[in-house]
Design a protein around this ligand. Structure first.
Ligand code: NAP
Length: 262
C-alpha cells in the first residue's frame, strides 16, 4: 500500500462527492498525505470545506483559474500556512454548455477561448505559481485530468476534446521545462464517470450505456480505480510527460468501421 506520510498535496476541482478530485483526495488521505483544497468562488466555499473537513483538511484557498491574481495568492498562502508542497492535482474543466449543441464548425471564438483558458491554459499558471514550492522538496509532481476525446474524435465531446488535446501537449512541454527542477507533470486519461461536469455534455449517458459492452473489461471504471492510479502517478518519481489511461481499455479499440475485415 502507498505510504504518503509527510507529503503535502494541493487538490483542485472538488465540487461534490461525485467529483473525480474528491475520490483522489480520499485516496491521498488514506495514504497519509496532508492536503489543501481550492474552491472556485466564495459561494462554493462552504460545500468544499464541509467535504474537506471530513478528511481533516484545514487549508482552503479561492482559485478561479480565470483570475491570475488567485494563483499568486494561492502560492503565497501555501508557502506561509501549509509550509511546502509535494503534489498538485489539476481537476478542472469548463466549456459553455451551448457549444455542445452546435456542429463543431459553428463553435464560436468566445467559447473556444474560454474552454481553452479554463481547461488547458490554467495548467501553466498553476505550475508557474507552485514551481518554487514544488522544486523545494525532494521531487514535486503535478497531475492533470484528461479524456480520450483529446486523441480521437468523440463527436459529442466536441470543443472539450480540442481543449484536452491542448492540455495534454501543454503537460508534455511543462514536463520538459520543469524536469530539471525535479518536477514531474503527467496526465491521467479517465474513462467516463457520472459527475457534474459530465452531466453538461449532451449524449454522455448514452455514450456510457453503449460503450460498456465494448470495453475490453466489459464495464466502466470506478472513481476509486482512477483515484488509486492518480495517487500512484503523483507519487512515482520516474514518470513524467505521460498520459496514463484508466478507462477499462477503451483507448486500445479501433473504431467499428476500421475493425471490420474488408
Ligand atoms: P466536476 O466534479 O464537475 O469537477 C470539475 C471542476 O472544475 C469543478 O470543481 C469546477 O468547480 C471546476 N472549475 C470549472 N471552472 C473553473 C474555474 N474557472 N476555476 C476553478 N475551477 C473551475 O467534474 P469531474 O468530472 O470530476 O471533472 C474533473 C476533471 O476530470 C475535469 O478536468 C474533467 O474534464 C476530467 N475528466 C472527467 C471525466 C468524466 O467522465 N467525468 C473523464 C475524464 C476526465 P465548480 O464546481 O466550483 O464550478
Amino acid at each position: 500500500m502507498l505510504d504518503l506520510t509527510g507529503k503535502k498535496a494541493l487538490v483542485t476541482g472538488v465540487a461534490n462527492k461525485r467529483s473525480i478530485a474528491w475520490a483522489i483526495a480520499q485516496a491521498l488521505h488514506s495514504a497519509g498525505c496532508e492536503m489543501a483544497f481550492t474552491y472556485q468562488t466564495e459561494r462554493l466555499e462552504g460545500g468544499v470545506r464541509k467535504l474537506g473537513e471530513s478528511l481533516g483538511v484545514s487549508h482552503y484557498y479561492e482559485l478561479d483559474v480565470t483570475n491570475e491574481a488567485h494563483f499568486d495568492a494561492l502560492a503565497a498562502g501555501l508557502a506561509s500556512d501549509f509550509g511546502g508542497l509535494d503534489y498538485a492535482l489539476h481537476s478542472i474543466a469548463f466549456a459553455n454548455k451551448e457549444a455542445f449543441d452546435s456542429p463543431f464548425h459553428e463553435i464560436t471564438e468566445t467559447d473556444f477561448l474560454q474552454a481553452h483558458q479554463i481547461s488547458a491554459y490554467s495548467l501553466i499558471p498553476l505550475c508557474r505559481s507552485l514551481r518554487p514550492l514544488l522544486a523545494a522538496g525532494d521531487g514535486g509532481s503535478v497531475l492533470a485530468m484528461t479524456y480520450f476525446g483529446a486523441e480521437k474524435v468523440v463527436p459529442m465531446y466536441s470543443l472539450m476534446g480540442v481543449a484536452k488535446a491542448s492540455l495534454e501537449i501543454t503537460a508534455r512541454y511543462l514536463a520538459n521545462d520543469l524536469g530539471p527542477e525535479n518536477i514531474r507533470v503527467n496526465c491521467l486519461s479517465a474513462g467516463p464517470v457520472r459527475t457534474l461536469a459530465a452531466a453538461g455534455i449532451p449524449g454522455f449517458r448514452e455514450l456510457m450505456r453503449k460503450s460498456e459492452h465494448v470495453m475490453p473489461l466489459r464495464r466502466h471504471i470506478t472513481t476509486e480505480e482512477v483515484a488509486q492510479a492518480a495517487a500512484f502517478l503523483l507519487a512515482n518519481t520516474g514518470i513524467t510527460g505521460e498520459v496514463t489511461h484508466v478507462d477499462a481499455g477503451f483507448n486500445i479499440l479501433a473504431a467499428e468501421g476500421q475493425a471490420s475485415p474488408a
